[in-house]
Design a protein around this ligand. Structure first.
Ligand SMILES: O=C1O[C@H](COP(=O)(O)O)[C@@H](O)[C@H](O)[C@H]1O
Length: 236
């Protein structure tokens, strides 16, 4: 289901209002809620808006969908991005479960991270994905060394490392099963170029070409919600 907004601000307000309601519902029903968000640059305004929501943030656990294997002080760190743009104000009370540890490679701590993440209550309440112009989502990159496993609906792992030509540094990512059973699953994209990529990915074809296809085609009880707004640069 595609929701189009006229501006990024309108999208951020709508998505933040919807996600806050999902989290509040999870807290009211189960006493706690888990929110899974993406890094990159697109979610900045949405996260800054959501951070101001008046919900019981102390009952919320926050995770990243994926992380670049760099220190949190790096400009490339999704954790650093989250700390700057989300874990502030009321949302600073949320519990953040890190995907990254300070060792040179994700494989060195994979069993510990897998154990921590596999203990989290599932399904997650809300998962908000982003997408790159190469059709990657989470760290499901075209050409990724562990892509086939990560997007396998029968994958038993909750997290996997990933290396890919377009990924820059090594990555760690939630796997498809951990993402696809979310109570509320959204894909947040902005700009004409990403809309075109989405349209291509919506056509039949191998998920290895456009890994976001694995999410678009995953069987779900409620439909994936796609949020899109144009970018000011689209008019140039
Ligand atoms: O590398 C990543 O890229 C995607 C898309 O990022 P954007 O900057 O184009 O919004 C993001 O969803 C993912 O979490 C991140 O690790």
């Amino acid at each position: 289901m595609l929701h189009r907004y006229e501006t990024r601000g309108a999208l951020a307000e709508a998505l933040a209002t919807g996600v806050a309601a999902v989290l509040a519902g999870g807290i009211a029903t189960r006493g706690s809620a888990t929110l899974v968000v993406s890094g990159g640059s697109t979610p900045k305004l949405f996260l800054e808006t959501l951070a101001k929501a008046e919900i019981d943030w102390a009952s919320v656990t926050v995770l990243l969908v994926d992380e670049r294997w760099v220190p949190a002080t790096s400009e490339r760190s999704n954790t650093g991005f989250l700390r700057r743009h989300f874990l502030q104000g009321p949302a600073a009370l949320a519990r953040f479960e890190p995907l990254h540890e300070d060792v040179p490679a994700p494989e060195e701590v994979l069993p510990e991270i897998e154990a921590r993440f596999s203990r989290l209550p599932r399904p997650f309440d809300a998962v908000i994905l982003g997408m790159g112009e190469d059709g990657h989502t989470a760290s499901f990159f075209p050409g990724g060394d562990r892509l086939a496993e990560a997007i396998d609906p029968a994958c038993h792992a909750t997290v996997l490392p990933m290396r890919a030509p377009g990924a820059g540094e090594p990555r760690i990512t939630l796997t498809l099963p951990a993402i696809a059973d979310a109570r509320f699953l959204a894909l947040h994209i902005e700009g004409a170029a990403k809309l075109k990529v989405l349209e291509t990915a919506q056509a039949p074809g191998p998920a290895t070409d456009y890994p976001v296809r694995a999410v678009l085609t995953a069987p779900r009880e409620t439909p994936l919600q796609i949020f899109w707004a144009p970018l000011p640069s689209d008019e140039a």
